[in-house]
Design a protein around this ligand. Structure first.
Ligand SMILES: NC(=O)c1ccc[n+]([C@@H]2O[C@H](COP(=O)([O-])OP(=O)(O)OC[C@H]3O[C@@H](n4cnc5c(N)ncnc54)[C@H](OP(=O)(O)O)[C@@H]3O)[C@@H](O)[C@H]2O)c1
Length: 218
């Protein structure tokens, strides 16, 4: 199996590369990767060039979050967020699904796409991934499209960069598992699905949230 990983610098991608080491992996990113790309470039020609080689499996692990409310975000930052968090991934999927009848695509989403976020651009972009994954019909039985949406990842850069450590500590205490996810745990889950040859699980979102949204008490 040959695997393309977009967003190679993320700790989650680094863990995935370790867990999928028996396969041929090509990394895409802005630093120290096999192939350079910038998710703010949505041109059809760039997306076609990036995808000139067909891979068996694609992992899109991209994220950009802002510590400003939508009302304080500049137009260019809102557009940047939509590009990185959704539109680059969606346009790439459109290309891949039209040109690779065996493509298996795994996208890293976020619980924010369901519940919202301090950063409304991030929330709306991640919710676009949910809508796309659920509604985009696949053109061949061998194709697979899945969205994997974690809750807070304690060692992910998006968490370690946060300044509101008291809020994070409170969320952890309230969580049914009394802890957050680790990048290695998310990577292990994604690697397991990739290693399973079945493509029947598709066009759906897998929520890795530890049960935090369950409402019925006992
Ligand atoms: N951390 C969490 O608590 C959490 C929770 C739920 C979901 N997630 C999701 O998990 C994934 C990984 O998050 P993380 O915490 O590991 O954060 P991260 O290390 O910041 O990963 C984000 C990735 O996106 C890439 N990226 C950002 N802007 C880009 C651009 N313009 N062009 C190309 N690549 C770009 C980054 O590459 P560069 O190094 O080039 O910037 C990096 O590889 C994201 O999809 C995020 O939404 C995270």
């Amino acid at each position: 199996m040959n695997i393309a990983i977009f967003g190679a610098s993320s700790k989650l991608s680094i863990e995935l590369i370790k867990q999928l080491s028996e396969f041929k992996i090509t990394t895409f990113g802005r630093t120290s990767t096999n192939i350079y790309f910038n998710a703010e470039d949505l041109s059809s020609s760039s997306i076609a060039t990036l995808n000139k080689v067909n891979y068996d499996t694609y992992i899109f692990n991209l994220g950009f979050i802002q510590s400003k409310r939508l009302l304080d975000q500049e137009d260019k930052d809102i557009y940047k967020s939509l590009c990185i968090n959704a539109l680059f991934v969606i346009k790439s999927c459109e290309y891949i699904l039209s040109n690779n009848s065996k493509a298996r695509i795994f996208i890293i989403g976020s619980e924010s796409g369901k519940k919202g976020s301090f950063d409304t651009s991030y929330f709306l972009a991640k919710s676009m991934l949910r809508a796309y994954t659920k509604e985009r019909q696949l053109i061949s039985p061998e194709q697979q499209l899945l969205l994997i949406s974690p809750s807070t990842i304690s060692d992910g850069k998006m968490t370690t960069d946060r300044a509101d450590v008291d809020t994070i500590a409170r969320y952890k205490k309230q969580h049914p598992k009394k802890r957050f996810l680790e990048s290695i745990e998310v990577a292990s889950f994604v690697a397991d699905i990739i290693k399973n040859p079945s493509t029947y699980l598709c066009n759906t979102e897998i929520e890795l949230n530890g049960g935090k949204f369950s409402r019925m008490t006992y």
